[in-house]
Design a protein around this ligand. Structure first.
Ligand SMILES: Cc1ncc(COP(=O)(O)O)c(C=O)c1O
Length: 473
């Protein structure tokens, strides 16, 4: 069972026929791009023998079955449009237009987009904020309980775990609470496709979450956009999920992505506990070596493959760029930190020595550049408020008049713009939220640290579009 890769096998059979392409895609089995890599040959469409992505009955169904077995799910679904489409579909499966949903405030932008277009009313749950590391963590049981008491009547809870930093939520107790209230718990586990027995951290799905999305492409050997959902939904919800997946995903699914998902599942199944422990040990040795470097701090939260680096006196952005100049491309920088997603293989002594040389060169050159910049500090978005709702419902925003104000003057007004630092894609300010000092300080910090911001049409000029006073009830 472990050695099967049904989609890859079907593709191999198909490619080996060496048939002439009288069908899409336009590269014709890669023949008209012969000087480019071989992968074009594998980019197929839904021909006989290759099954149908949205109505699978052959290889794709078989591959889905294997995935289901790994997670012991009632059903699992391949996604070719990333966890983004999975987040949309999971929400659509358990809600109806106008419903209220409890949502983690530092969620990925895909969830906020889905809330708006699906016509839902969010109640925001603020994550805990760690003063020592200045990193936003997870929603506590107490915060969820407070939201359920203050705003009864919601139909689902949507949380994110692990965080971009590799910190996991206390999913077990959150599952218990949502079960008590008979609410489905959806979890965006985009960064946890590698979780499971061998890795040593259990998936939120194993803890009993109702539906979980994982971006296999982020931490498993799958192509970008390859993701999957595992669920234990009701029959009606599952029907809605499948309908949503057909609606939100392409009608021309990429076989390259599907094949890579088949491979990622197979690859993950080969892992043994011993192998993972050996990899973990080699990562720890590398971390120890990094921590011996003066000024360098290398830590992990729960996910031991996610290394968080900081270098005293310098911003994460500066460290990220210094590492990139030495050909070490880390995932992203936020605040004082650089997040690195290390490869899941044993980092040998030779490789560690090479990496340490590159890191050393990076910090030596960083120091030669002179004056460290002002340290950037991640700001808690909601201050001390743990539970909040929007100041203006999303479906009424467009009916309001607007005015453009300098950022500081926008405090107290209702924003018509969402501002998203990218990466990681977690909005600092949302459309419909009343602008607070915390929002503005956070936006100013992001601008000062030259973080790329999405949204906010005129932020570069220091202004924000808000509802014109008088329009707010
Ligand atoms: C927490 C989280 N959820 C969802 C997504 C979207 O995933 P995808 O890129 O697979 O669509 C991301 C992407 O960065 C993410 O970080």
């Amino acid at each position: 069972m472990k050695n099967q890769m049904p989609i890859i096998e079907a593709l191999k059979r198909h490619v080996n026929r060496k048939a002439t392409s009288w069908h899409v895609p336009g590269h014709k089995n890669g023949e008209i791009v012969a000087d480019l890599p071989d992968f074009f040959r594998w980019d197929k469409t839904e021909l006989a023998g290759l099954d149908d992505f949205h109505h699978p009955t052959e290889a794709i169904l078989e591959a889905k079955g294997l995935l289901r077995e790994v997670y012991d799910s009632e059903d699992s679904h391949f996604l070719v449009n990333g966890s983004t489409s999975g987040n949309w579909a999971m929400l659509a499966a358990v809600t109806r237009r106008g419903d209220c949903v409890y949502v983690q405030r530092n969620s990925h932008k895909s969830i906020f987009n889905a809330l708006e277009w699906l016509g839902l009313n969010p109640i925001f749950l603020s994550p805990e904020y760690d003063e020592a590391t200045q990193i936003a963590g997870h929603v506590s049981r107490e915060t969820l309980q407070e939201a359920l008491s203050l705003y009864p009547g919601g139909v689902a809870v949507f949380l994110t775990s692990p965080s971009y930093y590799g910190e996991t939520a206390a999913i077990e107790e959150l599952v218990a609470l949502t079960r008590h209230y008979e609410l489905p718990l959806l979890v965006d586990e985009a960064h946890g496709a590698h979780f499971g027995e061998a890795f040593g951290i259990r998936s939120a799905f194993e803890y009993g979450a109702t539906a979980v999305v994982q971006s296999a492409h982020k931490t498993l050997p799958a192509l970008t956009m390859g993701a999957w959902i595992h669920e234990r939904l009701t029959d009606t919800q599952r029907r809605r999920l499948k309908h949503a997946l057909q609606s939100f995903q392409t009608s021309s699914p990429s076989y390259l992505i599907m094949a890579s998902l088949d491979y990622a599942r197979y690859h993950r199944e080969q892992w043994t506990v011993d192998e993972m422990r050996a990899i973990e040990t080699s990562h720890r040795l590398f971390r120890n070596e990094l921590n011996e470097l003066e000024g360098m701090r290398a830590i992990v939260f729960d996910d031991w493959s996610r290394l968080i680096l900081s270098y005293e006196g310098y911003s994460g952005e500066q460290l990220l760029n210094a590492l990139a100049n030495e050909k070490l491309d880390a995932e992203f920088a936020l605040g004082s930190f650089v997040v690195c997603i290390l490869p899941l293989y044993v980092v040998t002594k030779r490789v560690r020595k090479q990496w340490m040389k590159q890191v050393n060169d990076a910090v030596v050159k960083l120091k030669l550049k002179g004056i460290p910049s002002k340290r950037y500090i991640e700001q808690p978005i909601m201050g001390k408020i743990k539970v909040s709702s929007l100041a203006c419902p999303l479906n009424q925003l467009e009916e309001k008049g607007h005015i453009i104000l300098p950022l500081r003057e926008a405090i107290g007004q209702v924003s018509l713009e969402t501002v998203i630092p990218y990466p990681p894609g977690i909005p600092v300010l949302l459309r419909g939220e009343r602008v607070t000092t915390e929002h503005v300080v956070s936006i100013e910090h992001h601008i000062a640290a030259s973080v790329h911001l999405q949204g906010g049409e005129s932020l570069q000029e220091g202004t924000l579009r808000v509802i014109e006073e008088g329009f707010v009830e």
